[in-house]
Design a protein around this ligand. Structure first.
Ligand code: FES
Length: 573
């Protein structure tokens, strides 16, 4: 028998006074019997389903499956919607709204009579935003990742969602693709329910959840269309009810060690650079110290164990058939911290003792990795006073140590206007510098750091240049791309004063990013620099621009860092 006094929801449903009547009565218009309000853990299913978020379009069905599990375990499921962020549709960028969606999640959880939470997530930002919000409340919480799409095939060739986007300009310029070719490719890429099927940001986020201990073990790699995805969703519904009874809150799972495990795992799977910004923001919400250098110190020497696009050859469906993340976790066990607890109340690596690899061309071993050092490198230098990042596993080896002249674009509009001008002074040694795409500047720090090369270089067969910006890069993209330059140009970081023709030196081995001008010249240019006017002067975007932190701090809003717990000081009157 439940002790109803222990349940948070009893504060709403347990009273026999006027407010107890009010809280129960209106809900009873759905036909719930008496015993639903008498000590059953109330589980909120926080759903990011939306037809405008295609990657999460199946989560309405999944919510019903989760409810099955909750009911079986004796819980009372109540589903609620939160703001959903569709990566391929929202303008100007979903990242502008990640923090807004986290506020929606946080306040929706705290304000309601919930004892435990299931987060239904999928597309890139729907995972970090909901976890950030849930962390600031800190109830028992489990994540149900929506899963990747099945592999696409186009004219006999396997193609990954996301990665295909980055080839469209090349395909049009070099292979002469017509509009009809492109239409045909579109449907071939997105062939089933689910999110992007490369190790892009969505798969990276699902992997992160499992490595942090927030999903049932083995859940994150299962394709959305596979029946086992629903099976795990149902088991998650059962498990959250027990988590409430065990008071297994997020703060017990999300320790510093859990964050280190997520960094190590991300390196081993060749995950997205977006992990840095989201994991830092999540750590900030739960009160764990995590800085930019930790990503290099903890992760940069970790070998690459999976052969997945965008760095490698395979897609998430292949990864799942090869044994999935379970195999990677088992192999990584000597590098992982095992003093963490996961949603099933076991230590992380104890969950993967029985994992078996079925294809060593997809998942390799620590002794025979696809790359010796795969983690993200954190750069320092006068061009990025607070740091910048690069993903070496997605970069060109020959450009990892490079000195070239800057070709500067002051904004994305400037880039689009001039990149294909025949007279643009650019060659294979140039360094593209893109300003104004940071958190405050764009605003929202879009995924544009991997800008396309000019047609005239593509026509010569050149497919990579060093590109530097204060923006982000899609997890599905590749290239020698320096990202997250902090401070961003809009707040007067050195990036703001780079001029055409300046020499720039990138030395990834020595973690250096240097603008080769004299100190006097640098100070002179900074003194003459004036900040641009914000593009937007009202509403949420105004608040975002005023309060968003720089990339090295996770780009959260400064007043959202930390949490307020689950207590609501004032009652409904
Ligand atoms: Fe949603 Fe890639 S667009 S995961």
């Amino acid at each position: 028998m439940e002790d109803k006094n222990k349940l948070r929801s009893a504060e709403w449903f347990g009273g026999n006074d006027k407010m107890g009547f009010v809280h129960r009565s209106w809900l009873r218009n759905q036909g719930y019997p008496d015993d639903y309000f008498e000590g059953k853990p109330v589980i909120g299913i926080c759903n990011t389903w939306s037809e405008l978020t295609p990657c999460n379009g199946h989560l309405r069905d999944f919510a019903e499956v989760v409810k099955r599990g909750i009911l079986e375990a004796g819980g009372f499921p109540l589903e609620f919607p939160v703001m959903s962020l569709g990566e391929t549709i929202m303008r100007p960028t979903t990242m502008l709204f990640r923090n807004l969606a986290s506020m929606d999640t946080e306040e929706s959880i705290r304000a309601n009579p919930l004892d435990g939470i299931v987060l239904l997530t999928g597309c890139d930002k729907t995972t970090p935003s909901t976890i950030m919000g849930a962390c600031s409340v800190d109830l028992p919480t489990i994540v149900v990742p929506g899963g990747p799409m099945l592999s696409g095939r186009f004219r006999g060739e396997k193609i990954g969602s996301g990665s295909m986007n980055w080839m469209i300009k090349e395909k049009q310029e070099i292979a002469g693709y017509s509009a009809a070719d492109i239409r045909e490719a579109e449907v071939c890429v997105a062939r089933s329910i689910g999110h992007c099927n490369t190790m892009g940001t969505a798969s990276t986020m699902a992997t992160m959840c499992e490595a942090l201990g927030l999903t049932l073990p083995g859940f994150s790699s299962i394709p959305a269309a596979d029946s086992r995805k629903k099976l795990f969703a149902q088991l998650s519904g059962r498990r959250i009810v027990d988590m409430v009874k065990e008071d297994l809150k997020l703060s017990k799972i999300l320790t510093r060690e859990a964050f280190e495990n997520a960094i190590v795992t991300n390196a081993a799977v060749g995950g997205s650079t977006n992990l840095i910004i989201h994991l830092t923001a999540i750590a900030g919400r739960i009160g764990v110290e995590l800085n930019l250098e930790d990503f290099d110190t903890v992760g940069s020497k970790v070998p690459l164990l999976v052969n997945m696009k965008p760095s490698g050859k395979y897609l998430m469906e292949d990864f799942f058939y090869a044994g999935g993340l379970s195999v990677v976790m088992k192999e990584l066990s000597p590098l992982l911290r095992n003093n963490t607890v996961t949603v099933n109340n076991k230590a992380l690596t104890d969950n993967y003792l029985d994992a078996v690899c079925y294809d060593d061309d997809v998942i390799s071993t620590l002794n025979n990795p696809f790359q010796k050092e795969a983690g993200i490198a954190v750069l320092k230098g006068n061009l990025c006073e607070n740091g910048a990042v690069i993903k070496p596993s997605a970069a060109s080896e020959k450009l990892m140590s490079h000195r070239g002249r800057a070709v500067v674009f002051e904004s994305m509009e400037d880039y689009h206007e001039r990149i294909d001008e025949p007279e643009l002074d650019i060659d294979e040694n140039s360094v593209i510098v893109l300003k104004g795409v940071g958190p405050k500047g764009y605003p929202g720090m879009p995924e544009v750091g991997n800008v396309d090369l000019p047609k005239k270089l593509l026509a010569k067969g050149i497919t990579d240049l060093v590109r530097i910006s204060d923006g982000r890069m899609s997890g599905t993209a590749a290239g020698t791309v320096v990202l997250h330059v902090s401070p961003e140009s809009t707040v007067g970081g050195t990036l703001a004063i780079v001029q055409n023709g300046d020499w720039i030196e990138l030395d990834v081995k020595n973690r250096k990013l240097h603008l080769d001008i004299s100190e006097d010249e640098l100070l002179k240019r900074k003194k003459a620099w004036t900040p641009p006017m914000p593009l937007v002067d009202r509403g949420y975007v105004k608040m975002y621009i005023s309060h968003v932190e720089q990339a090295d701090k996770g780009a959260d809003l400064d007043f959202l860092v930390g949490g307020s717990g689950s207590k609501v000081e004032r009652d409904l009157h």
